[in-house]
Ligand binder design. Structure first.
Ligand code: SF4
Ligand code: SF4
Length: 432
């Protein structure tokens, strides 16, 4: 272990210990506590960079399959426990985090002009994780232009659109709006109460409402047609942003079995049906007064079961055990809509130069969505799978340049493409 590694461990330890003391209610000056937490985590993230810079630029790093933190060892279980406990406290026992919330008062007042709360703390940690692990990804992927571009995109969207802008709006006494999300990922965005709230907030509220509808009904179909779901899942979405940065060390943990694929198709489409039905019922109730008890129960169930337990506690808490895309793969209703379009009505596909495949399986191992890429590569079949988020990892880890992410007319999945010219390892089409 190098000196830099040791210092990184010490910095992270100081930050974690400060969080623990704050949660335990040990009084400390908020400014000092905040500096120790944010500074400690940021320093730890920066101090590990030399370790990545010393290794070749690659998706797969030495030791990933053996390290306790990334191979479901004791460290991974401990991390999952801490993350799950933090999520559970944020959702259901916010009072337990009062000490931690107090540490963030100086930042909340400086940024938002109001007291801190558990969601501000959560958003700040989330953004710090995307930023710090994003810098790590930039170093790790330094020779891969596609990965660098999508990492910069998710870092910018999270920091500016999902953290700084909502905070600024709060400071200006406006509603806290998130322009990078819409229904059904923001599940109550189209609920009557939210629509009314936006209409009550004048031009800005109306703009947010119109933008949300346009994002769902015009921007999404258009961009998905040209670029596949990757434009959102790997470049814009906050859940995808966290998965592609903080979740990057866990991409090999996704289950590539046929059984998992079958479960995935049932669960993700069930969640989509559930939110469509819930939204329809709350509107029915609002307009006719009919079905109040059912719509209330469904809305409560969705908020608790899907919004909190599935997307938060399981979706992020279990990163070190199940991989970073559990929510995106098995639950996200936005991904379900994007996936249906990608599967049937999009120019995006991964083209396969099957004759060059040596069946090493790297592509399947590092697919964060659990797609058995090798299965298609061995058969020389283009890949058009609803779940593919276009991260490009499969193409980058392939030692033979078999795979290529493309937007354009050509063979669809199932059609055989003959052995063609050798494709360079990082020949990925950026969103242009
Ligand atoms: S198939 Fe390739 S591009 Fe698609 S999600 Fe898997 S690794 Fe990423
Ligand atoms: S990584 Fe490349 S060579 Fe290996 S199985 Fe996948 S497509 Fe074939």
């Amino acid at each position: 272990m190098t000196l830099s590694d040791r210092l990184a461990l010490a910095s992270g330890g100081v930050a974690l210990a400060t969080v623990g003391l704050a949660v335990a209610g040990v009084p400390m000056p908020p400014g000092l506590g905040l500096a120790l937490v944010l500074g400690g985590f940021a320093a730890a993230a920066l101090l590990v960079l030399p370790r990545y810079a010393a290794q070749p630029s690659a998706v797969a790093l030495d030791g990933t399959m053996r390290a306790s933190a990334t191979a479901r060892g004791g460290v991974a279980w401990a991390m999952a426990l801490v993350l799950t406990a933090y999520y559970a406290a944020t959702y259901w026992f916010p009072g337990r985090l009062d000490g931690l919330v107090r540490l963030f008062e100086p930042l909340s007042h400086a940024l938002r002009g109001r007291d801190s709360d558990v969601w501000f703390v959560y958003g700040t940690f989330y953004t710090l994780a995307v930023a710090a692990m994003g810098v790590r990804a930039l170093v790790k992927y330094r020779d891969h232009p596609y990965h660098r571009a999508r990492t910069l995109a998710v870092m910018a969207v999270q920091t500016l659109l999902a953290w700084a802008l909502p905070a600024l709006l709060v400071r200006l006494q406006r509603p806290e709006l998130y322009f990078s999300y819409t229904w059904p990922l923001d599940y109550d965005f189209l609920f009557p109460s939210n629509v009314q709230m936006l209409r009550d907030h004048g031009t800005l509220g109306l703009f947010a409402l119109v933008w949300g509808v346009l994002l769902l009904a015009v921007v999404t179909p258009m961009l998905t047609y040209f670029y596949g779901k990757r434009w959102y899942c790997a470049w814009v979405c906050g859940c995808g942003g966290l998965a592609e940065t903080a979740g990057d060390p866990y991409r090999h943990l996704a289950d590539p079995s046929l059984r998992a694929w079958k479960i995935e198709r049932w669960t993700i489409h069930s969640v989509l049906v559930l939110i469509v039905a819930t939204t329809a019922l709350v509107w029915l109730r609002a307009t006719t007064g009919f079905g109040g008890a059912v719509s209330d129960a469904l809305a409560r169930f969705y908020g608790f079961g899907i919004g909190a337990v599935f997307s938060g506690v399981v979706g992020v808490g279990f990163y070190p055990l199940l991989g970073a895309r559990v929510w995106c793969r098995f639950g996200c209703p936005m991904a379900a809509i994007l996936g249906i379009q990608q599967r049937f009505f999009s120019r995006f596909r991964i083209t396969v130069n099957g004759g060059a495949c040596i069946s090493c399986g790297n592509c399947t191992t590092y697919c964060e969505m659990g797609i058995d890429v090798r299965h298609y590569a061995q058969r020389g079949q283009n890949i058009v799978r609803a779940s593919c988020v276009g991260c490009g990892a499969c193409a980058s880890v392939c030692p033979r340049g078999v795979l290529r992410l493309e937007n354009g007319p050509g063979a669809r999945m199932g059609e055989r493409v003959g052995p063609g010219a050798f494709v360079p390892e990082d020949a990925l089409d950026v969103l242009t």
